[in-house]
Design a protein around this ligand. Structure first.
Ligand SMILES: Cc1ncc(C[n+]2csc(CCOP(=O)(O)OP(=O)(O)O)c2C)c(N)n1
Ligand SMILES: [Mg+2]
Length: 308
Protein backbone atom coordinates (compact mmCIF):
# COMPACT_ATOMS: atom_id res chain seq x y z
CA UNK A 1 0.00 0.00 0.00
CA UNK A 2 1.33 3.33 -1.05
CA UNK A 3 1.32 6.04 1.59
CA UNK A 4 2.82 8.62 -0.72
CA UNK A 5 0.18 11.26 0.16
CA UNK A 6 1.14 11.62 3.79
CA UNK A 7 4.84 11.54 3.05
CA UNK A 8 4.59 13.90 0.13
CA UNK A 9 4.84 17.64 0.62
CA UNK A 10 4.08 18.21 -3.04
CA UNK A 11 0.89 20.34 -3.02
CA UNK A 12 -0.25 18.90 -6.35
CA UNK A 13 -0.03 15.33 -5.06
CA UNK A 14 -1.82 16.29 -1.87
CA UNK A 15 -4.59 18.03 -3.84
CA UNK A 16 -4.96 15.06 -6.14
CA UNK A 17 -5.21 12.57 -3.31
CA UNK A 18 -7.71 14.76 -1.50
CA UNK A 19 -9.84 15.12 -4.57
CA UNK A 20 -9.91 11.35 -5.12
CA UNK A 21 -10.97 11.00 -1.50
CA UNK A 22 -13.69 13.65 -1.84
CA UNK A 23 -14.99 12.24 -5.12
CA UNK A 24 -15.32 8.72 -3.72
CA UNK A 25 -16.87 9.94 -0.49
CA UNK A 26 -19.45 12.01 -2.40
CA UNK A 27 -20.57 8.86 -4.19
CA UNK A 28 -20.56 6.77 -0.99
CA UNK A 29 -22.62 9.26 1.02
CA UNK A 30 -24.97 9.96 -1.88
CA UNK A 31 -25.72 6.25 -2.25
CA UNK A 32 -26.16 5.76 1.49
CA UNK A 33 -28.66 8.59 1.50
CA UNK A 34 -30.53 7.06 -1.43
CA UNK A 35 -30.83 3.70 0.33
CA UNK A 36 -31.77 5.30 3.64
CA UNK A 37 -34.45 7.53 2.09
CA UNK A 38 -36.04 5.04 -0.28
CA UNK A 39 -38.54 3.92 2.34
CA UNK A 40 -39.48 7.54 3.07
CA UNK A 41 -41.29 7.62 -0.27
CA UNK A 42 -39.31 10.48 -1.82
CA UNK A 43 -37.88 8.38 -4.64
CA UNK A 44 -39.69 6.67 -7.48
CA UNK A 45 -38.91 3.50 -9.42
CA UNK A 46 -35.90 1.52 -8.36
CA UNK A 47 -32.21 2.13 -7.80
CA UNK A 48 -28.89 0.30 -7.91
CA UNK A 49 -26.22 1.74 -5.67
CA UNK A 50 -22.50 1.92 -6.37
CA UNK A 51 -21.33 1.22 -2.79
CA UNK A 52 -17.90 -0.43 -2.85
CA UNK A 53 -17.18 0.32 -6.50
CA UNK A 54 -16.39 4.04 -6.11
CA UNK A 55 -12.70 3.66 -7.07
CA UNK A 56 -13.69 2.43 -10.54
CA UNK A 57 -15.71 5.44 -11.63
CA UNK A 58 -13.41 7.95 -9.95
CA UNK A 59 -10.19 6.26 -11.09
CA UNK A 60 -11.30 5.76 -14.70
CA UNK A 61 -13.05 9.08 -15.29
CA UNK A 62 -10.35 11.29 -13.78
CA UNK A 63 -8.32 10.83 -16.97
CA UNK A 64 -10.96 11.83 -19.53
CA UNK A 65 -11.09 14.97 -21.63
CA UNK A 66 -14.04 17.32 -21.82
CA UNK A 67 -15.55 15.88 -24.99
CA UNK A 68 -15.06 12.18 -24.26
CA UNK A 69 -18.28 10.16 -24.11
CA UNK A 70 -19.45 7.97 -21.25
CA UNK A 71 -21.98 5.19 -21.68
CA UNK A 72 -23.12 3.79 -18.36
CA UNK A 73 -25.54 1.11 -17.24
CA UNK A 74 -28.21 0.57 -14.57
CA UNK A 75 -25.64 1.20 -11.80
CA UNK A 76 -25.04 4.71 -13.06
CA UNK A 77 -24.99 7.10 -10.07
CA UNK A 78 -21.28 6.69 -9.32
CA UNK A 79 -20.35 7.15 -12.96
CA UNK A 80 -22.57 10.23 -13.21
CA UNK A 81 -21.18 11.91 -10.08
CA UNK A 82 -17.57 11.07 -11.03
CA UNK A 83 -18.23 12.58 -14.47
CA UNK A 84 -19.14 15.85 -12.76
CA UNK A 85 -22.90 15.55 -12.53
CA UNK A 86 -24.59 17.53 -9.78
CA UNK A 87 -25.94 15.75 -6.70
CA UNK A 88 -29.03 17.92 -6.64
CA UNK A 89 -29.88 17.06 -10.24
CA UNK A 90 -29.54 13.34 -9.56
CA UNK A 91 -31.59 13.45 -6.37
CA UNK A 92 -34.23 15.43 -8.25
CA UNK A 93 -34.19 12.92 -11.09
CA UNK A 94 -34.73 10.03 -8.64
CA UNK A 95 -37.62 12.01 -7.15
CA UNK A 96 -39.16 12.60 -10.59
CA UNK A 97 -38.82 16.40 -10.30
CA UNK A 98 -38.67 18.69 -13.29
CA UNK A 99 -35.24 19.95 -12.20
CA UNK A 100 -33.75 16.45 -12.46
CA UNK A 101 -31.04 15.42 -14.91
CA UNK A 102 -33.68 14.44 -17.48
CA UNK A 103 -36.52 16.57 -16.18
CA UNK A 104 -37.61 13.75 -13.88
CA UNK A 105 -38.54 11.44 -16.79
CA UNK A 106 -35.49 9.15 -16.90
CA UNK A 107 -35.12 8.02 -13.31
CA UNK A 108 -32.15 6.26 -11.80
CA UNK A 109 -31.13 4.26 -14.86
CA UNK A 110 -31.71 6.60 -17.77
CA UNK A 111 -29.57 9.68 -17.50
CA UNK A 112 -28.28 12.05 -20.11
CA UNK A 113 -26.21 15.11 -19.37
CA UNK A 114 -23.52 16.58 -21.64
CA UNK A 115 -21.68 13.52 -23.02
CA UNK A 116 -22.95 11.18 -20.34
CA UNK A 117 -25.55 8.54 -21.19
CA UNK A 118 -26.90 5.63 -19.20
CA UNK A 119 -29.35 2.89 -20.07
CA UNK A 120 -30.79 0.04 -18.02
CA UNK A 121 -30.93 -2.53 -20.84
CA UNK A 122 -28.02 -4.81 -20.04
CA UNK A 123 -25.57 -5.02 -22.91
CA UNK A 124 -27.88 -2.86 -25.07
CA UNK A 125 -25.49 -0.03 -24.34
CA UNK A 126 -22.67 -1.77 -26.26
CA UNK A 127 -23.84 -1.07 -29.82
CA UNK A 128 -24.83 2.46 -28.74
CA UNK A 129 -21.30 3.07 -27.46
CA UNK A 130 -19.76 1.48 -30.55
CA UNK A 131 -21.88 3.75 -32.76
CA UNK A 132 -20.80 6.81 -30.81
CA UNK A 133 -17.15 5.79 -31.07
CA UNK A 134 -17.59 5.29 -34.82
CA UNK A 135 -19.14 8.71 -35.16
CA UNK A 136 -16.23 10.34 -33.32
CA UNK A 137 -13.76 8.46 -35.48
CA UNK A 138 -15.45 9.48 -38.74
CA UNK A 139 -15.46 13.09 -37.60
CA UNK A 140 -11.78 12.79 -36.64
CA UNK A 141 -12.47 14.39 -33.26
CA UNK A 142 -10.06 12.21 -31.26
CA UNK A 143 -12.56 11.73 -28.45
CA UNK A 144 -12.92 8.35 -26.90
CA UNK A 145 -16.01 6.54 -25.69
CA UNK A 146 -15.97 4.73 -22.38
CA UNK A 147 -18.47 1.91 -21.95
CA UNK A 148 -19.11 0.54 -18.45
CA UNK A 149 -20.39 -3.05 -18.33
CA UNK A 150 -21.01 -5.45 -15.45
CA UNK A 151 -20.05 -9.12 -15.47
CA UNK A 152 -23.72 -10.02 -15.96
CA UNK A 153 -23.87 -8.04 -19.21
CA UNK A 154 -21.35 -10.49 -20.65
CA UNK A 155 -24.25 -12.92 -21.04
CA UNK A 156 -25.82 -10.66 -23.69
CA UNK A 157 -25.04 -11.61 -27.30
CA UNK A 158 -25.16 -8.04 -28.54
CA UNK A 159 -21.99 -7.29 -26.55
CA UNK A 160 -20.06 -9.65 -28.84
CA UNK A 161 -21.50 -8.17 -32.03
CA UNK A 162 -20.27 -4.82 -30.75
CA UNK A 163 -16.80 -6.14 -29.85
CA UNK A 164 -16.54 -7.61 -33.33
CA UNK A 165 -17.35 -4.29 -34.98
CA UNK A 166 -15.21 -2.30 -32.51
CA UNK A 167 -12.22 -4.44 -33.44
CA UNK A 168 -12.87 -4.66 -37.19
CA UNK A 169 -13.37 -0.93 -37.49
CA UNK A 170 -10.71 0.06 -34.92
CA UNK A 171 -13.07 2.11 -32.83
CA UNK A 172 -11.73 4.42 -30.10
CA UNK A 173 -13.54 2.79 -27.21
CA UNK A 174 -12.55 1.70 -23.72
CA UNK A 175 -14.70 -1.14 -22.46
CA UNK A 176 -14.58 -1.19 -18.67
CA UNK A 177 -15.89 -4.40 -17.14
CA UNK A 178 -16.72 -3.92 -13.47
CA UNK A 179 -16.59 -7.52 -12.38
CA UNK A 180 -18.26 -7.48 -8.97
CA UNK A 181 -18.70 -11.26 -9.23
CA UNK A 182 -22.46 -11.15 -9.13
CA UNK A 183 -25.35 -10.30 -11.42
CA UNK A 184 -28.38 -9.46 -9.34
CA UNK A 185 -28.35 -12.69 -7.26
CA UNK A 186 -26.42 -14.96 -9.65
CA UNK A 187 -22.79 -15.49 -8.64
CA UNK A 188 -20.24 -15.29 -11.43
CA UNK A 189 -19.40 -19.00 -11.43
CA UNK A 190 -22.96 -19.76 -12.49
CA UNK A 191 -22.97 -17.02 -15.09
CA UNK A 192 -19.66 -16.45 -16.86
CA UNK A 193 -17.62 -19.33 -18.32
CA UNK A 194 -13.86 -19.07 -18.72
CA UNK A 195 -11.68 -16.00 -18.35
CA UNK A 196 -13.26 -12.62 -19.12
CA UNK A 197 -10.07 -11.19 -20.65
CA UNK A 198 -9.91 -14.08 -23.12
CA UNK A 199 -13.28 -13.06 -24.48
CA UNK A 200 -11.65 -9.81 -25.58
CA UNK A 201 -8.59 -11.68 -26.91
CA UNK A 202 -10.90 -13.64 -29.20
CA UNK A 203 -11.80 -10.38 -30.95
CA UNK A 204 -8.21 -9.08 -31.04
CA UNK A 205 -8.98 -6.45 -28.41
CA UNK A 206 -6.17 -5.82 -25.93
CA UNK A 207 -7.20 -6.18 -22.36
CA UNK A 208 -5.75 -5.19 -19.01
CA UNK A 209 -7.03 -6.86 -15.87
CA UNK A 210 -6.68 -5.55 -12.35
CA UNK A 211 -7.82 -6.98 -9.03
CA UNK A 212 -7.90 -3.82 -6.98
CA UNK A 213 -10.08 -1.35 -5.13
CA UNK A 214 -7.29 1.20 -4.97
CA UNK A 215 -8.21 4.34 -6.88
CA UNK A 216 -4.57 5.20 -7.54
CA UNK A 217 -3.86 1.83 -9.14
CA UNK A 218 -7.05 1.94 -11.19
CA UNK A 219 -6.38 5.49 -12.28
CA UNK A 220 -2.84 4.67 -13.42
CA UNK A 221 -4.07 1.89 -15.72
CA UNK A 222 -7.02 3.91 -17.01
CA UNK A 223 -4.84 6.92 -17.86
CA UNK A 224 -2.44 4.71 -19.80
CA UNK A 225 -5.28 3.03 -21.71
CA UNK A 226 -6.97 6.33 -22.51
CA UNK A 227 -3.72 7.66 -23.96
CA UNK A 228 -3.17 4.51 -26.00
CA UNK A 229 -6.69 4.60 -27.43
CA UNK A 230 -6.29 8.24 -28.46
CA UNK A 231 -2.93 7.49 -30.08
CA UNK A 232 -3.75 4.17 -31.77
CA UNK A 233 -7.45 4.81 -32.46
CA UNK A 234 -8.37 1.30 -31.47
CA UNK A 235 -10.39 -0.44 -28.75
CA UNK A 236 -9.06 -1.63 -25.41
CA UNK A 237 -10.70 -3.26 -22.48
CA UNK A 238 -10.11 -2.84 -18.78
CA UNK A 239 -11.41 -5.61 -16.52
CA UNK A 240 -11.63 -4.52 -12.91
CA UNK A 241 -12.19 -7.12 -10.17
CA UNK A 242 -14.32 -5.24 -7.69
CA UNK A 243 -16.95 -5.76 -5.00
CA UNK A 244 -20.51 -4.58 -4.49
CA UNK A 245 -21.11 -3.76 -0.83
CA UNK A 246 -24.84 -3.14 -1.00
CA UNK A 247 -27.80 -5.11 -2.29
CA UNK A 248 -28.35 -5.45 -6.02
CA UNK A 249 -31.13 -2.92 -5.80
CA UNK A 250 -32.77 -1.82 -2.56
CA UNK A 251 -32.85 -4.91 -0.36
CA UNK A 252 -32.27 -7.98 -2.50
CA UNK A 253 -29.00 -9.46 -1.27
CA UNK A 254 -28.62 -13.20 -1.00
CA UNK A 255 -24.98 -13.12 0.13
CA UNK A 256 -24.11 -13.88 3.74
CA UNK A 257 -23.42 -11.15 6.28
CA UNK A 258 -19.97 -12.65 6.88
CA UNK A 259 -19.15 -12.32 3.20
CA UNK A 260 -20.26 -8.68 3.11
CA UNK A 261 -18.32 -7.89 6.28
CA UNK A 262 -15.21 -9.49 4.81
CA UNK A 263 -15.29 -7.53 1.55
CA UNK A 264 -16.09 -4.30 3.38
CA UNK A 265 -13.06 -4.90 5.58
CA UNK A 266 -10.62 -5.84 2.84
CA UNK A 267 -11.84 -3.98 -0.22
CA UNK A 268 -13.22 -0.61 0.80
CA UNK A 269 -11.85 1.92 -1.72
CA UNK A 270 -12.34 4.75 0.76
CA UNK A 271 -10.43 3.12 3.64
CA UNK A 272 -7.71 1.98 1.25
CA UNK A 273 -7.19 5.53 0.02
CA UNK A 274 -7.79 7.23 3.39
CA UNK A 275 -4.23 6.56 4.49
CA UNK A 276 -2.99 9.06 1.90
CA UNK A 277 -5.01 11.96 3.33
CA UNK A 278 -4.44 13.51 6.75
CA UNK A 279 -7.13 12.89 9.36
CA UNK A 280 -7.75 16.66 9.65
CA UNK A 281 -8.46 16.99 5.95
CA UNK A 282 -10.55 13.83 5.95
CA UNK A 283 -12.84 15.19 8.63
CA UNK A 284 -13.13 18.54 6.83
CA UNK A 285 -14.01 16.74 3.61
CA UNK A 286 -16.46 14.50 5.47
CA UNK A 287 -18.24 17.55 6.91
CA UNK A 288 -18.37 19.37 3.59
CA UNK A 289 -19.80 16.31 1.83
CA UNK A 290 -22.44 15.83 4.56
CA UNK A 291 -23.57 19.45 4.09
CA UNK A 292 -23.59 19.09 0.30
CA UNK A 293 -25.78 15.95 0.54
CA UNK A 294 -28.29 17.51 2.93
CA UNK A 295 -28.55 20.73 0.90
CA UNK A 296 -28.93 18.88 -2.39
CA UNK A 297 -31.52 16.47 -0.99
CA UNK A 298 -33.56 19.16 0.75
CA UNK A 299 -33.51 21.43 -2.31
CA UNK A 300 -34.68 18.57 -4.55
CA UNK A 301 -37.62 17.76 -2.24
CA UNK A 302 -38.89 21.31 -2.71
CA UNK A 303 -38.67 21.21 -6.52
CA UNK A 304 -41.76 20.93 -8.72
CA UNK A 305 -42.95 17.84 -10.55
CA UNK A 306 -43.09 18.09 -14.35
CA UNK A 307 -46.34 19.50 -15.66
CA UNK A 308 -48.37 17.63 -18.26
C1 LIG B 1 -31.53 -7.10 -21.09
C2 LIG B 1 -31.76 -7.10 -19.62
N1 LIG B 1 -32.00 -8.25 -18.96
C3 LIG B 1 -32.20 -8.23 -17.62
C4 LIG B 1 -32.17 -7.05 -16.92
C5 LIG B 1 -32.42 -7.05 -15.40
N2 LIG B 1 -31.17 -6.78 -14.71
C6 LIG B 1 -30.88 -5.52 -14.27
S1 LIG B 1 -29.37 -5.46 -13.56
C7 LIG B 1 -29.13 -7.11 -13.77
C8 LIG B 1 -27.85 -7.76 -13.32
C9 LIG B 1 -26.67 -7.04 -13.85
O1 LIG B 1 -25.49 -7.62 -13.44
P1 LIG B 1 -24.11 -7.03 -13.89
O2 LIG B 1 -24.09 -6.78 -15.34
O3 LIG B 1 -23.08 -7.91 -13.34
O4 LIG B 1 -24.07 -5.58 -13.19
P2 LIG B 1 -24.13 -5.28 -11.63
O5 LIG B 1 -25.57 -5.20 -11.27
O6 LIG B 1 -23.43 -6.38 -10.91
O7 LIG B 1 -23.45 -3.97 -11.49
C10 LIG B 1 -30.20 -7.70 -14.42
C11 LIG B 1 -30.29 -9.12 -14.77
C12 LIG B 1 -31.92 -5.86 -17.64
N3 LIG B 1 -31.85 -4.67 -17.04
N4 LIG B 1 -31.69 -5.91 -18.98
MG1 LIG C 1 -22.04 -7.78 -11.58
Amino acid sequence: MNNQGLESSNPETIDRFESFYRDMLRIRRFEEKVLAEFSSGHFHGTTHTYLGQEANAVGVLEGISRDDIIVSNHRSHGHFLAYGGKMHDLFAELMGRSTGVCGGRGGSQHLHWKNFYSNGVLGGTSPIAAGMALSEKIRKRNNLTILFLGDGALGEGVVYESLNIASLWSLPILIVVENNHIAQTTPIDLNVAGDISKRFDAFGINSVKIDSSDVIEINAVARELIQRIKKDISPYSFVIDTHRFGPHSKGDDTRSEDYIMDIRKRRDPISIHAKRVTSERRSEIEKAVAIEIEEAFTAATADPFPSG
